[in-house]
Design a protein around this ligand. Structure first.
Ligand SMILES: O=C(O)CCC(=O)C(=O)O
Ligand SMILES: [Fe+2]
Length: 210
């Protein structure tokens, strides 16, 4: 039985683990060359001034507070020009459809952005689904840290019911977790790159409505 589940395709293990534990770690979701390309793209965009300081809260309640989070973000267009980004968006779209068919999650849309955590930044313990972001059902993070090693920091601490799971931000790894779960980005000692997103139970163009 154990053997069988080890051999099951990642998508099936993802469904089981998400249902049972609320999260799934999907290694090698994309190839290392794709990781490199996305990282280069993020770096170029950053140099061109397309990233902005991430904040907390939405619209009139938006504020930047470095004691809570220190990352810079750039929202990703749903129809991106870059072919690697385009195929990642397609894979997330397929994953959303598959989750709907198997888990009846009623996912309607998703939103996603690049995130860069400069050296010595973090994101304090929080949840992604709250009053102002009530439509976030599943969070996903694709890590783009090609040279990551122990001691570089920037791990994701995920708070499960009775334990804390420390997840390394390894290149090509996709982390999925329920958006109401508490989590935290630990202090990054080296710049940390990722694509973060949320699958939503409402069409994004309608999320300004209650
Ligand atoms: O980058 C991560 O590991 C998690 C980021 C996060 O929690 C967020 O952007 O809400
Ligand atoms: Fe988060």
């Amino acid at each position: 039985m154990e053997e069988q589940s080890k051999q099951a395709p990642p998508i099936e293990r993802a469904i089981d683990h998400l249902a049972e534990k609320g999260y799934f770690i999907w290694d090698d979701f994309i190839s290392l060359s794709s990781v490199q390309e996305l990282r280069n793209l993020a770096e170029t965009n950053r140099e061109e001034g397309n990233f902005k300081k991430a904040g907390i809260g939405k619209q009139v309640l938006f504020q930047v507070d470095k004691s809570i989070r220190g990352d810079y973000i750039q929202w990703i267009d749903k129809v991106p020009e870059n072919p690697v980004l385009k195929s990642f968006i397609q894979e997330i779209t397929d994953l959303k459809e598959y989750l709907n068919q198997t888990c009846y999650l009623g996912l309607k849309d998703f939103e996603t952005h690049f995130a860069i955590y400069p050296e010595n930044t973090f994101y304090k313990k929080h949840v992604d689904r709250f009053q102002q972001n009530a439509h976030r059902v599943l969070s996903f993070v694709l890590y783009l840290n090609t040279q990551w090693q122990n001691g570089d920091g920037g791990e994701l601490a995920l708070y499960l019911e009775d334990e804390q799971k420390i997840i390394e931000p390894l290149a090509g790894r996709l982390l999925l977790f329920r958006s109401e779960m508490e989590h935290e980005v630990l202090l990054a000692h080296k710049p940390r790159y990722s694509v973060t997103g949320w699958m939503l139970d409402k069409d994004m163009s309608l999320t300004f409505l209650p």
